[in-house]
Ligand binder design. Structure first.
Ligand code: PLP
Length: 417
């Protein structure tokens, strides 16, 4: 049986009940009215932001990639925590603006931007990180129609990647960005076309736990930004260095220590080539900022045995936790962190169980359940589970998993602080 990933250190229990933002899991379920739900603790995010600021150069901007969790109350609270938002769609643009983020501090990356999304972004005055020459041409054409100089940056497909990343976004043929050897020409075309050129966006990979790999990639990113700026003959107002700070999801993963990254970046920013001296720099993070701030709470609805294996069936769904279900680009299924919320901290049992999430679209009041699918293998749940639930259905038994990078919208959420 495979072991589980680590429960983030920020979570504790009181008399066996998991606390989120100081509230017991059972009270949060009462407040929400039902399971499943996501419960977030804003204080965990704020502490993470403080860790970032303490470790990184004072001049470095911190941008939040809102795809990691666009829950509206959370976004509203993030506006004064970070220096900018990264968005990836017209929908996210609307959410970022509704949260109160200043359009000057929003940038829009991602291939496949439609004309209406480009128009909305230009109209709002957000920076568009262009993913191709074609997108550049369309942005200039839309800007003409809107009658506004567009704020355009070039997303570069770097000639290197972030080694050991969950997702590599450079170092070969990629759908992301413009190949490094064509990026300067595109920047020139944009300026000649009347755009307000905002600089470079160089995002080489995500979900990385290797400090040295991140340091080396940032050094390579700065060198590339300098080379491209020399080729354009202009100082970029902003260089977005990407991100890639990962989370320890799986057994054996060691949380990333960002302090050496800050030290290396500090000295790199101190010794910049002249062309980059007036430039502002940003790091763009999603999961590292918010991925450990909350939990996904489900209720056990059935316990069954099949051919000697015990299955705990919960009222969650893999449409809520696709990554944890092993269906999100994972070749080998591994166990994300999971615990029993109302037996929090109890000793693990000897007998492993398999947790099954109901894969069903739920709407408030109807709770339609279609079919069950194995969601994930959980090992060694605490010994008092799950039998009591089978005999005492009135007694709720909650399972919790770490809210990973929540790359989709949750149905029910509680924000606690
Ligand atoms: C352009 C861009 N920025 C930021 C992110 C967020 O990455 P992470 O959650 O690993 O920090 C992504 C992830 O796909 C991305 O593509």
């Amino acid at each position: 049986m495979k072991p589980m990933g680590p429960i983030p250190a920020w979570f504790a229990g009181e008399e066996g009940m998991l606390l989120v933002g100081g509230c017991g899991a059972a009270s949060l379920v009462d407040e929400a009215g039902d399971t499943p739900l996501f419960a977030y603790d804003m204080a965990i995010i704020e502490a993470q932001v403080r860790r970032f600021r303490a470790a990184m150069p004072a001049t470095l901007h911190l941008h939040y990639a809102i795809k990691a969790n666009p829950y509206a109350p959370l976004l509203a609270r993030m506006t004064d925590q970070v220096d900018g938002f990264d968005i990836a769609s017209g929908g996210e643009l609307a959410m970022a603006l509704a949260a109160g983020m200043d359009p000057d501090r929003i940038s829009f990356a991602g291939p496949g931007k439609r004309d209406d999304e480009l128009t909305a972004a230009i109209f709002a005055g957000v920076t568009i990180n262009l993913e191709s020459e074609g997108e550049g041409r369309r942005a200039l054409a839309m800007a003409d129609k809107v009658g506004k100089a567009p704020r355009l940056a070039v997303r570069v497909n770097p000639d290197f990647d972030l080694k050991g990343s969950g997702m590599r976004m450079g170092g070969g043929a990629k759908p992301f960005g413009v190949d490094a050897d064509r990026a300067a020409a595109l920047a020139r075309t944009l300026m000649d076309g009347g755009a307000d050129w905002r600089g470079w966006h160089i995002f080489a990979g995500s979900q990385n736990l290797d400090t040295m790999a991140i340091i080396e990639t940032q050094a390579a990113t700065l060198a590339l930004a300098a080379r491209l700026s020399d080729a354009v003959g202009a100082t970029p107002p902003l260089v977005n260095l990407g991100g890639g700070f990962g989370l320890a999801y799986f057994p054996g993963d060691v949380p990333l220590d960002i302090r050496p990254i800050g030290v290396a970046l500090d000295s790199a920013l101190d010794t910049l080539p002249d062309i980059l001296k007036p430039t502002h720099f940003a790091i763009e993070l999603g999961r590292w900022l918010v991925g450990e701030c909350g939990v996904y709470l489900t209720r056990v609805v059935d316990v069954k045995v099949s051919q000697g294996e015990t299955f705990v069936v919960v009222d969650g769904g893999l449409h809520h936790q696709l990554a944890a279900s092993g269906n999100f680009g994972t070749v080998i299924r591994r166990n994300y962190p999971i615990a029993v919320a109302n037996r929090f901290g109890a000793d693990p049992a000897d007998d492993p169980v398999t947790v099954v999430a109901v894969s069903a679209p739920r709407s408030i009041g109807s709770a339609t359940r279609w079919h069950c699918r194995p969601c994930r293998k959980a090992t060694s749940l605490p010994s008092s589970s799950p039998e009591p639930m089978a005999h005492r259905p009135a007694q709720p038994l909650f399972l919790v998993t770490q809210v990973l990078a929540n790359y989709y919208l949750a149905d029910y959420c509680v924000l606690n602080s």
